[in-house]
Design a protein around this ligand. Structure first.
Ligand SMILES: *Cc1c(COP(=O)(O)O)cnc(C)c1O
Length: 395
């Protein structure tokens, strides 16, 4: 096929089933398409634009940073990196940070760190990582191998060895964890892509204690749950645990590509000069976006808004469930990572909402996923709920 025979769109590899909209502008909770239609965006670029689109504060800081320096290799000291790392370790149970560019890369680094810690620091002879059914950890080959959904593996075998999958929220299955081969577990505390499924507190506690008793690293993938999405800066804070390794990405840069691995010093020492790296990771622009994002969190009391308006939104969704029991099976999630399990194909509901100029997502096979900007207001939530009422009425 010669390229001139292809329509403009067709020169992109068909990795996405794209919606028939071209978004050209965004501000706060709203986006506009190239025909000037306004949409309420409760996808937030899949949990990325946590402060809304083009947030004030971050916008100015990035503008200023563009004047100074765009890129600088990690062969040099980068002050913005040190500042962002300092804030992240102060706000978490971790001691050190490594910066990369995406969620998959953060998980990739965590997997490497766990293996190297077992092999070079502890000499345990263990190298398996336990992950869980329905999980999603990213598209690179190791992150994919850690992912607990067969549809993402299809056609990409052989997968990277050394991963073992257990059922999620299943106490009995945890007997498999301490088998003498496991060096780490990796889990989402609320499974996002897998269907908005929160880990049960008691199950997490049992898994955590097992890891502690058997010298197994406890690693959480907070790529979607992190940076305030569930009502605390990290979801693990709500489980009374201190993970050894935390991965974050999506919301950390307000839309600027960024990822990070945070780890306890004891574990982080497994990386030495040359062990791991990234050309772009930690570049001054990404670090500026991260710093400005976290500053805005404090200045705007974002976490409080997630908790209060998250409850308000959830109460509204529960009322919708009561009004439409034949369609809505369950409302679930934490903070502003919410899902409604439905008895109809989610894509039908999502398409109908789009016609009403409200953007939402799916998760798993039967869940409509709602990811508002963490700054969303009660008025916007009222607009959302009124629109969804019409959508469920079939209007
Ligand atoms: C989105 C996501 C990833 C992958 O992040 P990318 O930036 O797309 O590589 C990994 N883990 C979780 C939990 C995610 O939601």
């Amino acid at each position: 096929m010669h390229h001139e025979a292809l329509a403009e769109r067709e020169v992109l590899m068909p990795t996405y089933r794209r919606w028939p909209i071209r978004i050209t502008k965004g501000k706060g909770s709203f986006v506009w398409d190239d025909e000037g239609h306004r949409y309420l965006d409760y996808t937030s670029g899949i949990a990325v634009c946590n402060l809304g689109h083009v947030p004030d504060g971050v916008k100015e800081k990035l503008g200023e940073a563009l004047e100074d320096l765009w890129h600088c290799s990690n062969l040099f000291q980068i002050p913005q990196q040190e500042r962002l790392a300092r804030i992240l370790v102060k706000k978490s149970c971790a001691d050190q940070a490594f910066f990369c560019n995406s969620g998959a890369e953060a998980n990739e680094a965590a997997i490497k760190l766990a293996r190297r810690y077992a092999q070079k620091i502890k000499n345990t002879g263990t190298n398996e990582i336990v992950t869980f059914a329905q999980s999603f950890h990213g598209r690179t080959l190791a992150a994919l191998s850690a992912t607990g959904q067969a549809k993402f593996h299809d056609g990409f075998e052989p997968l990277v060895p050394g991963f073992r999958m257990l059922p999620y929220n299943d106490e009995a299955a945890l007997a498999e964890v301490a088998n003498g081969r496991t060096c780490a577990v990796l889990l989402e505390l609320v499974q996002g892509e897998g269907g908005v499924i929160a880990a049960e507190e008691q199950w997490v506690r049992t898994l955590y204690d097992l890891c502690r008793q058997n010298d197994i690293l406890f690693m959480v993938d907070e790529v979607q749950t992190g940076i305030g999405r569930t009502g605390t800066l990290f979801a693990y804070e709500q489980y009374g645990i201190e993970p050894d390794v935390i991965t974050v990405a999506k919301g950390l840069g307000s839309g600027f590509p960024i990822g990070a691995v945070l780890a306890k010093a004891e574990v982080a020492q497994a990386f030495v000069p040359g062990s791991h790296g990234s050309t772009f990771g930690g570049n001054p622009l990404a670090m500026t976006a991260g710093l400005a994002t976290l500053e805005a969190f404090d200045r705007w009391n974002v976490l409080e808004n997630v908790r209060e308006n998250g409850r308000y939104l959830r109460a509204g969704l529960e009322r919708l469930k009561e009004a439409f029991p034949e369609t809505i099976r369950e409302v679930r999630g934490k903070g502003m990572l919410l899902g409604i399990a439905v008895r109809r194909p989610p894509h039908e509901i999502i398409a109908a909402a789009r016609r009403h100029r409200v953007l939402i997502l799916s998760a798993g096979d039967d869940v409509v996923r709602i990811l508002p900007p963490l700054t969303t207001t009660k008025d916007e939530i009222d607009l959302f709920l009124a629109t969804m009422h019409q959508v469920f009425l079939g209007e």
